[in-house]
Design a protein around this ligand. Structure first.
Ligand code: NAD
Length: 301
């Protein structure tokens, strides 16, 4: 892709829909192949330990899915389900034992954690080489200095989706909506690394529509349903919709809505749908990170 060109309304365009499910499947197959090859060559079986504290229903669904997909990729999954009343010290002791276990390559603590536990302390306690979520300050620092490391899964998924339609990032204007540590900031770092000109926006940003109008690439991660309207988006832009909000239909049915008004984006070059866009990429990238961590451990013997 080159920077979005001027667009004539008399030339209707159909935005390509970037299929996150299909790409996640391809990445999953590649990860499974890499895991099997590593196991055969070195005896190291990539292993992901997932820690779930409490009974949060959404977290239970996420953990179940992560465990299932880890096993489906031929990797080993270890689950630690802890009572919601667990103390921080007990959780930190578990993290220390997983850090010390040479058969564990990735550690994922499902968020949110109960109130009595300081999530930052817990995430900071994970060995950075096993931090497959990429949230540890060491990995954040590595990302912002461009020296590699484990990259957060959803931002990595966004880049993999963009890579299917953007050939040359250099000089493109990218607007990221949302500045969270989980999505907005790392996506911005990854785009900057590709030499995009990046604008990071947030809830206090003034004149968001006009800023978005400058973008060749829009990454929306605000959690605000249909925030980005068609008229905000430049013809020929690529739109990655990270937002997922559960809303109730008029007929009482629950459905997932993105941050972008998908039906108004026919003039974009490419868009991701919700669901079926960024969502499926996150677990695929988590497993890819786990294999990366296992390969590193195998190389170190
Ligand atoms: P967050 O609440 O931590 O951050 C939201 C950010 O958006 C904040 O920086 C806030 O300032 C900004 N924001 C909110 N409303 C805005 C508005 N009206 N205009 C401009 N900026 C606004 O959220 P998060 O964890 O970064 O997640 C964002 C969205 O992405 C959520 O819908 C979440 O469910 C989704 N998400 C999806 C995946 C996935 O697909 N796997 C993973 C993580 C998050």
């Amino acid at each position: 892709m080159t920077p979005a060109q001027s667009y004539s309304a008399t030339e209707p365009r159909m935005a390509a829909v970037i299929d996150g499910k299909a790409l996640a499947r391809t990445i999953g197959e590649d990860t499974a192949r890499q895991a099997a090859a590593l196991h055969e060559r070195t005896g190291v079986l990539p292993t992901l330990a997932v820690v779930l504290v409490g009974e949060d229903p959404a977290s239970q669904v996420y953990v179940r899915r992560k465990v299932k997909e880890t096993k489906a990729a031929g990797m080993r999954s270890i689950e630690h389900r802890l009572d919601a009343s667990i103390g921080e010290d007990e959780l930190l002791a578990l993290i220390a034992s997983l850090n010390a276990d040479p058969f564990v390559h990735g550690i994922l603590v499902q968020l949110p954690l109960p109130r009595q536990i300081d999530a930052t302390r817990v995430l900071d306690a994970i060995d950075p080489t096993k931090d497959v979520d990429g949230f540890h300050p060491v990995n954040v620092g590595r990302l912002s200095t461009g020296i590699g490391g484990l990259v957060p899964c959803t931002p990595l998924g966004c880049m993999r989706l963009l890579d299917t339609v953007v050939r040359d990032y250099r000089g493109l204007n990218a607007v990221v909506i949302g500045k969270s540590n989980i999505v907005g900031k790392p996506v911005a770092m990854l785009l900057l690394e590709r030499e995009c000109t990046v604008t990071v926006t947030h809830i206090a940003t003034k004149g968001l529509p006009d800023i978005v109008r400058t973008a060749d690439i829009v990454v929306a991660a605000a959690g605000s349903p249909r925030l980005v309207r068609g008229e905000w988006v430049k013809p020929g832009a690529v739109v990655i919709d990270v937002g997922i909000t559960r809303v109730m239909d008029e007929d009482g049915k629950e459905r997932l809505v993105g941050d972008c008004a998908f039906d108004e984006l026919g003039h974009a070059a490419a868009v991701t749908p919700v669901p079926g866009g960024v969502g499926p990429m996150t677990i695929a990238c988590l497993l890819a990170n786990t294999v990366q961590a296992a390969k590193r451990a195998a190389a170190l013997g």
